[in-house]
Design a binder for this molecule. Structure first.
Ligand code: ADP
Length: 251
């Protein structure tokens, strides 16, 4: 299974904003199932995600996804390679039903065609509807299929966001704070779903601050500070690394 998995590799990624080096020679390998990036505010985590997904250009360095070089490709081309970033459900999407949110997912990434979609969605292929319903069932929110997304709880919305990514043939799902603001028991069920999906061959790159909850579920952790990777490890033991302690005490 591991061998079939597409790996994301960054080599010496560098990105400056004026004088500020937000990313300074960042090299990571997302080959394990779930990779976590942690670090204090301003350490460069969001910039790294933005550069990987093509929302920001790199000044220097490379990004490889499997055999393919994806450095500085436009976001939509990176998305087409199977690198899918989840987004918070926006106001217009909250008004659509849960099922519609999944049916629209692939077309909606990057552009807003909700109106034309609404007129045509009944004509969409049965296969797409089947896939959407089985995705909802896997996520445990199939009973909500015909509810407007705004009726979902915070935790259910996170699952919906994962569901939209799954509808897009995602090979690598990138999530910014998947459990922020979610109660611990629901957070664990979200993380368990992520774990289960990684068992099915989908890789995850996650930025999350709630280390107490998340560390037990990840395969690899990178710690960022000042735009650099300052430590890496397999899990909880990374927190005992003196450099990591120093970084967090300085926060
Ligand atoms: P994190 O996600 O770890 O909190 P960021 O990647 O958001 O860190 O930010 C890293 C550094 O880059 C910070 O000092 C931040 O102020 C700066 N930064 C981020 N985005 C921009 C931008 N668009 N313009 C200027 N500075 C930015």
């Amino acid at each position: 299974r591991e061998r079939n998995k597409i790996e994301l590799v960054t080599r010496n990624l560098t990105k400056s904003f004026g004088e500020l080096r937000a990313l300074d020679e960042v090299s990571i390998e997302v080959k394990s199932c779930i990779t976590l990036i942690i670090g204090p505010n301003g350490s460069g985590k969001t910039t790294l995600i933005n550069v990987i997904t093509g929302f920001l250009g790199a000044d220097k360095g490379r990004i490889l996804f499997g055999e393919k070089e994806v450095t500085n490709l436009p976001p939509h081309d990176i998305f087409k390679q199977g690198i899918v970033r989840t987004f918070q459900t926006s106001q217009p999407l909250l008004k659509l039903t849960v099922l519609e949110n999944l049916l629209i997912a692939e077309a909606n990434y990057g552009e807003s065609i909700i109106q034309s979609f609404k007129r045509n969605w009944l004509a969409k292929e049965e296969a797409l509807v089947k896939k959407a319903l089985s995705t909802l069932s896997f996520l445990g929110i199939e009973h909500m299929w015909n509810e407007p997304a705004m009726n979902l709880s915070g935790g259910q919305l996170r699952l919906l966001e994962i569901g939209r990514a799954l509808m897009c043939q995602a090979k690598l799902i990138i999530m910014d704070e998947p459990i922020a603001g979610i109660a611990p028991d629901l957070s664990h069920s979200i993380l368990k779903k992520i774990r289960e999906l990684s068992g099915r061959g989908i890789s995850f790159l996650i930025v999350e601050h709630r280390l107490d909850l998340v560390l037990g579920y990840v395969d690899r952790v990178y710690v960022m500070a000042g735009g650099r990777i300052v430590a890496e490890g397999r899990g909880k033991e990374v927190l005992e690394n003196p450099r990591v302690v120093e970084v967090y005490l300085g926060d």
